[in-house]
Write a protein that binds this ligand. Structure first.
Ligand code: PEP
Ligand code: MN
Length: 337
């Protein structure tokens, strides 16, 4: 349930509402808005009677929230969430006016590799550098990432290029390390339902990019985001990265339908990863353009200077020239990148 306050309501009226919610043993979550404040009621079991709050001074309306997810829902917060990184002229806003592009290799392989790619993607218009230091690989024999050394390389990339960093936390312990180094914590498709990790990310002081499980329904995805938000982190981004279908002409299928669905259901920024959806280089640019045309807030794209030698996901990694072509194409579509 959502209790919407009058524009003129002050702290005293708000406190009275919070006290009444807490007196029942529920949790009150004030949600400041542009015009007025609302208060979400959490941890209640079953529907509540609006009359319980309508008599309090300063209460304008009481709206039942019909969805199982609450904090992520647009019912709870009508305005879009904007995730902000940095300050001043270098600041990046995901969910703001511009389409933010995150790009880089699947995995950090060496300092030279990371820096070379970072300079190339920055030059083309990327604002964030992506690269895994801890890789969740399907085979235990595949390259697992450079670990802590990889995080140190990412810190160097930020220092040298000014690009913000997004990198994956594969478990609880790794999340402690990643949180110290990164600007955005990525939770991968294979961990979307790792609820302990989601809670840990919810306690982090950094924004979280949550990738949709390759098998997950929208309800499951949004509930996973709810786990993060329920721990107090409201800087969460929803990333569609393709789901498993019966087709064999691509690694996954970009669920384009999910984009307007998420936009309607949630106020959180939407990110699309065309690289993992496609699994092959020739489909990445068209998928990125389609997602951009659908108004997503950010794209996450794999780029490698020598994809044929890449230690992971080479076949889906764009050459820097192709990445440049992708960004130029978006600008030609009148999209501000
Ligand atoms: C990645 O971004 O490199 C990655 C492993 O993505 P996903 O979790 O979507 O497979
Ligand atoms: Mn990858």
């Amino acid at each position: 349930m959502l209790i919407v306050m009058h524009k003129e309501a002050g702290d005293r009226e708000l406190d009275a509402v919070i006290k009444r919610i807490e007196a029942h043993g529920w949790e009150a979550k004030p949600i400041p808005g542009g015009e007025r404040t609302a208060v979400g009621v959490l941890r209640n079991k079953g529907p509540l009677d609006p009359a319980m709050f309508l008599d309090l001074p300063g209460v304008r309306d009481v709206i039942p929230v019909s969805k199982p997810y609450k904090l992520v829902s647009r019912e709870m917060r009508p305005e879009n969430t904007v995730v902000r990184l940095g300050r001043g002229s270098d600041a990046v806003e995901i969910g703001g006016q511009q389409l933010v592009v995150m790009a880089g290799p699947c995995a950090v392989e060496s300092e030279n590799q990371a820096l070379e790619i970072a300079h190339a993607v920055k030059e083309a218009g990327a604002r964030l550098f992506r690269g895994g230091a801890f890789k969740p690989r399907s085979s235990p024999y595949s390259f697992q990432g450079l670990g802590l050394k990889g995080l140190e390389i990412l810190a160097k990339v930020r220092e040298e290029t000014g690009l913000f960093i997004v990198t994956e936390a594969t478990d609880h312990e790794v999340c402690d390390m990643v949180e110290d180094f990164t600007d955005i914590i990525q939770i991968g498709t294979r961990n979307m339902q790792n609820y302990r990790l989601l809670r840990r990310a919810g306690q982090a002081k950094k924004p979280v990019l949550l990738k949709r499980g390759m098998w997950a329904t929208m309800d499951e995805f949004l509930m996973a985001a709810e786990y993060i938000m329920s721990e107090g982190n409201d800087q969460v981004m929803l990333c569609e990265r393709g789901i498993r279908t019966f087709t064999t002409h691509s690694r996954n299928t970009l669920d384009a339908n999910a984009i307007p669905y998420m936009r309607n259901e949630s106020h959180l920024p939407i990110v699309v990863d065309p690289s993992h959806a496609a699994g092959r280089r020739d489909q990445v640019i068209p998928l990125a353009r389609a997602a951009a045309a659908m108004g997503v807030d950010a794209l996450m794209v794999e780029v490698h200077t020598h994809p044929e030698q890449a230690l992971s996901d080479g076949p889906q990694s764009l050459y820097p020239e192709q990445f440049h072509e992708l960004v130029t194409g978006l600008r030609n579509m009148n999209i501000s990148v």
